[in-house]
Design a protein. Sequence first.
Length: 582
Amino acid sequence: MKKYLCNPLNLEYRFQIKKNVMQSEAVFREAADPTVILFKDIYYLFASMSGGFWYSDDLYDWKFHETPELPIYDYAPDVQIVNGKMIFSASKNDEKCSFFITSDPLSEAFVPVSSPFAFWDPHIFQDDDMRVYFFWGCTNNEPIWGIELDATTMMPIGEKVALIGADEEKNGWERSGENNRLSEPVTEMDKLIRSHLGTRPFFEGAYMNKHHGKYYLQYAAPGTQYNVYGDGVYIGENPLGPFKYQIHNPFSSKPGGFITGAGHGSTFQDKAGNWWHASTMRISVNENFERRLGIFPCDFDGDGVLHCNQHFADYPFALPEGKRKDINHVVPEWNLLSYGKAVTASSAQRGFEPGKGVDEDVRTWWVADAKDNAPWYHLDLGNVCDIHAIQVNFAEHCLPMPDDWGVDAWKGHMDKRLIQVKPQQTSYLLEGSADGNIWKPICDRRASETDYSHDLVCLESSLPLRYLRISNISLAMKGLAAISGLRVFGQGSGTAPRAVTAVRARRLAGGMDAELSWQSTDDADGYNIRYGITPDKLYNSWQIFGKNELTLSFLNKGTGYYLVVDSFNENGVTAGNISYMP
């Protein structure tokens, strides 16, 4: 049986508490800023605020390993291989940061090597000639910096060099705000955050790859709390530059769909030589730093252009068996069957009605009433469909403050503590029916000892079903039953939607935005807008539901774009016609 992933990745995300600028406390899950590397035939995944790392033989089955010897409260952990050993570093602005080393992270502890200076968003890169370089930076007023390090002592050689910086006057996707637009502050918290952080985009998350003799220096912008958070890249002939902006940018972006954001990550190769890009995806409801992890197919095309395939990037996709045959497919293997379908529940709180669990937005959810002792959630697909997979996404809603956290866990300089109460469990029963009378269990996790809040259930063989229901819901941290997405994938019983035949595109003043509109097709659930710098490089996309217009805000000034609007529904995807927008 093939192995499937579905973003956000199905990991046991850790809880933490954070004091915000209003000095109120929020309890939420977080993992972000992922570094994935292949070391001694094992994949390692390090992420912020996780208390350790995950490891895997196949990118599918991940196990967790705690690392109490590392500064687990420091953000943006970076791990790289230097002289055959694993080097770790993480962020801390208020004191010198340390490098740690190990020969085998599963059998021996990391030990400190040196503490050269304070930095944020670190990244180490060892070149083919064995020289080592270090990159860092995470502000809205400074560039990404680089410096050479001694490969043994990890101490600086020479002076730091300013490498690349934000250019929000030319690069539309780097502008701050939701959809690259800053709204007026509404709440006191909005005003405090704005006064503390300013309005300029954050420029952060350096990562370096070398491909065919070229150096690809990657970075993230404009801010992790926005749907437009993505990764861009500059290309140079030397590890410390100079660097030139790649025309196709951002190379990683996911502004639409169920879960958005694809910034601050790492680019790596698997055992078969396939390229992947791991990055941060946002929820940012309970707290701005409420985040998850995603992984996307990635490659360098024949012209050396670094790009990802993020079309329908939160639908299930199969891990390749050996060398990947096609990275640029634009049609998912299975269609989404659950969008906007009829749902009922045992109870619901005002503003968190059952329909919020099928609206394709991870930031909205159904919540059962606090007095509901046996919550259930019921989905009617309208017709019997051929079902292949279900993704069950639970949400954290107004979590209580547990009594057993332990005050000694506070980390003063960040006003944080990581929640390491064990074991945390998420359990439920998922059933299906073709007629609403005879029910069959699909996934029984009532005795589960795991804590998956984005659980992907792939069926060994497809099932003809119309109804699904979830019951016996028990969530981690004594959370109320809450579902942000009961997402069902497979094949509907009808036909794919009609094609979009004409798109009206108007580039706006400034050159970084375009207003797009088209005639709706009444048989479409939504549209996937693909665009790029040539007709054969439509690498970027923006998926929308229930509307036929979009302000495309990712454009680079002075660059012409080709674009196409594909229509989709539960039965398939229909390609539109390519047009050019100067």
